[in-house]
Each structure stands twice: as C-alpha cells, then as structure tokens.
Design a protein around this ligand. Structure first.
Ligand code: NAG
Ligand code: NAG
Ligand code: NAG
Ligand code: NAG
Ligand code: NAG
Ligand code: NAG
Length: 403
C-alpha cells in the first residue's frame, strides 16, 4: 500500500515531463535525417569526408541570376554540346542550381580548386558522358585563367580528337586534366566479323583486362571513372561483342556478371597498385537519359522539355549498374582505399530539360535521332562537378597536401 502511494507521483512526473521530452526527441529524430545527424559519431575515423552531408539528395532551385560558370564559347567544348550554337533558343535550363537537403553545396571556386590541385593529375575515364563531364570541368576551371595560351593539350592534339586520350595542361598550376575514352572501362577488342556457333562475333569485352592506357590512370591524384551506358544488350551481345575471360570467349555470361567482373578488375587493380596509395577514386553513378515516348531508335524525344520534372513519378528504380558500383566502392573502402561514389543519378533524373535533343552537332541528317543522353554545356554536368568539388573540399583543410 505504502509502496503504491509512493509510486504514483513518479508516474505523474513521468507523464508530465518525460513524455513531452520523448516526443520532442522523436520530433527531432524525424525532422533531421538521423543518418546525417549521427554519422560523424559512428564513423569519425574512417570517413573524414563527404558523409556529413548527402549531396546526392536534394532539389533543383531556380536562380535567375545564375546562368553557368562559363559560356558556350569555351574552346574546350565539343560541337555536340554547344546547344545554343546548334539552334537551341530556350535558356531556362541554365538557371537551375542543385540544393542538397540539409546543407548547402560549397560555392564552386575555380581558383581555389586550381590552387588545391597544384602539381596534380585529375583523370577522367569512361564513356562520352564522362567526356561531357570532363569538358565541363575543364571549362569551369579555365574560366579563371585569363591567358588562353596557359591551357593547352599536352601532346598538341585538338579537342576534336575522340580516340585514346586528351590531357589538358593548366600551366600556371602544373595541373593536368585528362580524359581517357573507355566506354566499358575494360578492354574491348574488335575484329572482322567471325561466324561462331553462337552467332556472328565482332568483338570481345575482356572483363579481366584493362586498356593499355591504364598505366597512365594509375598515379592520378583523383581518378573519376564512369560506366553504365554501354552495359546493355544493344551495345554488347547484339553488337556481336561477347564477353571474354582470360583467353576464352564465354558466350553464356550475362551482362550483370560481366559488369561485376569488370568492376572487380578495377577494384583489385587499384588495391594492388602501390601508385594508388595517395589517390582518391570516384565512381560516378549512372546519368539517366530522357527519351520520352520512345527510345533513341524509335523517335523518343526531349525536344520540348524546357523545365526539370517537378515530381519523381517518372523516375526509374535504382539501376543494377549503380548497385554494383555502390558495392564496389564499399569493398574498396573496407580495404582502406579512399573511394567514393559520385552519386548523380537522382539529381540528374529530374533534368529532362538539359539535353541537346534536336540541337545536335552540325551535319546531322534532318531526321537523325535526338540526343537525350548527353548534356548541353554549360549545363547539368557542371552540377556533377560542383558535387565533385564539394567532396574534394571535405577531404581535408590542408591546402598544401590534400585535394
Ligand atoms: C543515390 O542517391 C539517391 C538520392 O539520395 C539515393 O536514393 C540512391 O540510393 C543513391 N544511390 C546509390 C547507388 O548510392
Ligand atoms: C525557338 O525555336 C523554335 C524551333 O526550334 C521556334 O519554333 C521558336 O519560335 C523559337 N523561339 C524563339 C523565341 O525564337
Ligand atoms: C608537376 O606535377 C607532376 C605531377 O603531376 C610532378 O611530378 C612534377 O614534379 C611537377 N613539376 C614541378 C615543376 O613541380
Ligand atoms: C557467316 O555464315 C553465313 C551463312 O551461314 C554466311 O552467309 C556469311 O557470309 C558468313 N560470314 C562470315 C563473316 O564468314
Ligand atoms: C561462362 O560463365 C558462366 C557464368 O559465370 C559460367 O557458369 C560458365 O562456366 C562459363 N563458361 C565457361 C566455358 O567458362
Ligand atoms: C507522348 O505521347 C502522348 C500520347 O500520345 C502525348 O499526349 C504526349 O504529348 C507525348 N509527349 C511528348 C513529349 O511528345
């Protein structure tokens, strides 16, 4: 009985004070992203870097005063990305800025990035969308260099070169910004058509072998790889490109396994190469295309899209290539590598307005398919590079030794 009398005030106390406190905590937990909020305490040693803010999640906000970090007259642009010159006359797509939820992207500062990149090599490897991104960052950085002769291609090659690689030297900073064309990242051998028991073979995608230029990727201070657009049935098996392991063609291997094996090849190469001890590797995630009412072959269009999507109804589920990329990164990090995913998929999915569409490079026949895969520049890839910049800044504050 006595006992009962004493416990009553405690219960009352609890109801009056503890319940509201609990509700308050609950409220905070749900209105802040608990992962972002707690992450530093869980993982402060392993990740000094980008995980404090998830830059991949956010929204596009209109900014009338912003229309790009450079203009279309940047001399490092491929004609196919100069949409205005090719007849695009709406300019709304230039005014959107990416705003992550819960934080701001640091404002891109070309001089700051160049200063931090002194005596370094920044290397992009991938398909033509990777080239799109590389041209974007070269133009973003070049906007702060007044003397044009202080940026040049290391071997005198013109920007119109599409095979092999290009290496832009920023002389004042002894920085090279390099791009290597490798749409599937691993080696693709091509040969005259051969009749095989399983079909006509025109090439072999060698999932365990990197291109001969890969020795130049090693030792890059920053390596940004991308792949995905070439890992589909049309650009592999239907082209007559079969997968090869060692010396043997494997006619039954499916694309997912082949991609997984290719990522494993990159992973073990990077892990076993001492030149990578100081590098940071980014794998850029898939950049969605926007062929509306069709595919590129069946007159899919993005020509009348002057604004981003304002909802996510048309978004695709996470691609299997992204899943493999994410698990590859996780593995690399578990082995102590400095590796991150540059996750642009969600932000890019909104931007059906950012493609060249019918305003493709001059010389296209009138009924050529629209380009709803690549991006007008200035444009969406600049925001990917803002994400890259944000990631680089968050690695550390020591200007002299860290980028
Ligand atoms: C990429 O970011 C989006 C938005 O935050 C997220 O939904 C998705 O799971 C991320 N994908 C990967 C592979 O990290
Ligand atoms: C923009 O170009 C389209 C055709 O591509 C044309 O129909 C339209 O009138 C042009 N608008 C302006 C403002 O020039
Ligand atoms: C320029 O940078 C490279 C690394 O990319 C370095 O090996 C070389 O020593 C640097 N040159 C000078 C003059 O600092
Ligand atoms: C492949 O075989 C077909 C008939 O089976 C033949 O018409 C074609 O010329 C052959 N092609 C090559 C490259 O040998
Ligand atoms: C081809 O790859 C599949 C999937 O990994 C495997 O099961 C099969 O044994 C391979 N075939 C040959 C001939 O190596
Ligand atoms: C796509 O097709 C639908 C149905 O035919 C049509 O209403 C819509 O305008 C088309 N959209 C575009 C962008 O062509």
């Amino acid at each position: 009985m006595h006992f009962h009398k004493e416990i009553k005030p405690i219960v009352t106390f609890s109801l009056i004070f503890l319940v509201p406190i609990f509700l308050l905590i609950f409220h905070f937990q749900t209105s802040f992203n608990p992962l972002t909020f707690l992450h530093p305490f869980f993982d402060s040693k392993a990740n000094l870097e980008s995980d404090f803010c998830d830059y991949s999640n956010g929204k596009w906000v209109w900014d009338a005063s912003f229309d790009g970090w450079y203009t279309e007259s940047c001399r490092f642009l491929d004609p196919g990305f100069q949409c205005k010159k090719n007849g695009r006359n709406d300019t709304r797509f230039l005014h959107w800025r990416w705003k992550p939820h819960g934080c701001d992207l640091p404002r891109f500062n070309a001089k700051e990035m160049l200063e931090r990149s002194r005596n370094k090599r920044i290397v992009f490897v991938g398909d033509s969308i990777g080239r799109n991104q590389w041209e974007s960052i070269v133009c973003m950085l070049s906007s702060s260099i007044s003397n044009p002769s202080n940026i040049y291609e290391q071997f005198g090659n013109p920007i119109s070169k599409h095979r092999g690689f290009l290496s832009m030297v920023f002389k004042d900073y002894n920085l090279t910004m390099e791009y290597y064309r490798a749409p599937q990242i691993v080696v693709v051998d091509r040969f005259p058509p051969r009749n095989m028991s399983f079909g006509v073979m025109r090439g072999a995608i060698r999932v365990d072998k990197l291109p001969r230029f890969a020795h130049r990727w090693a030792g890059a201070d920053i390596l940004v790889l991308n792949s995905g657009h070439w890992w589909n049935i049309d650009k592999t098996l239907k082209l007559g490109h079969y997968f090869q392991v060692g010396q043997a063609i494997n006619e039954t291997m499916d694309i997912k396994e082949a991609f997984q094996r290719s990522m494993d090849t990159i992973k073990s190469w990077a892990l076993n190469n001492p030149k990578f001890s100081k590098s940071h590797i980014f794998l850029r995630s898939y950049a969605p295309s926007h062929f509306i009412n069709g595919t590129w072959k069946t007159h899919g269009t993005c020509a009348f899209e002057s604004d981003p999507y304002d909802d996510t109804n048309n978004f695709q589920p996470e691609s299997w290539t992204n899943q493999i990329v994410a698990s590859t990164i996780k593995d690399m990090r578990n082995h102590g590598m400095r590796a991150s995913i540059l996750n642009v998929t969600y932000m890019t999915e909104f931007r059906k307005d950012g493609h060249p569409s019918a305003h493709r490079e001059p010389g296209m026949p009138p009924h050529a398919p629209e380009d709803c895969s690549h991006w007008c520049l200035p444009g969406v890839p600049d925001a990917w590079n803002e994400l890259l910049y944000a990631n680089l800044l968050s690695f550390g504050s020591d200007k002299a030794t860290t980028l």
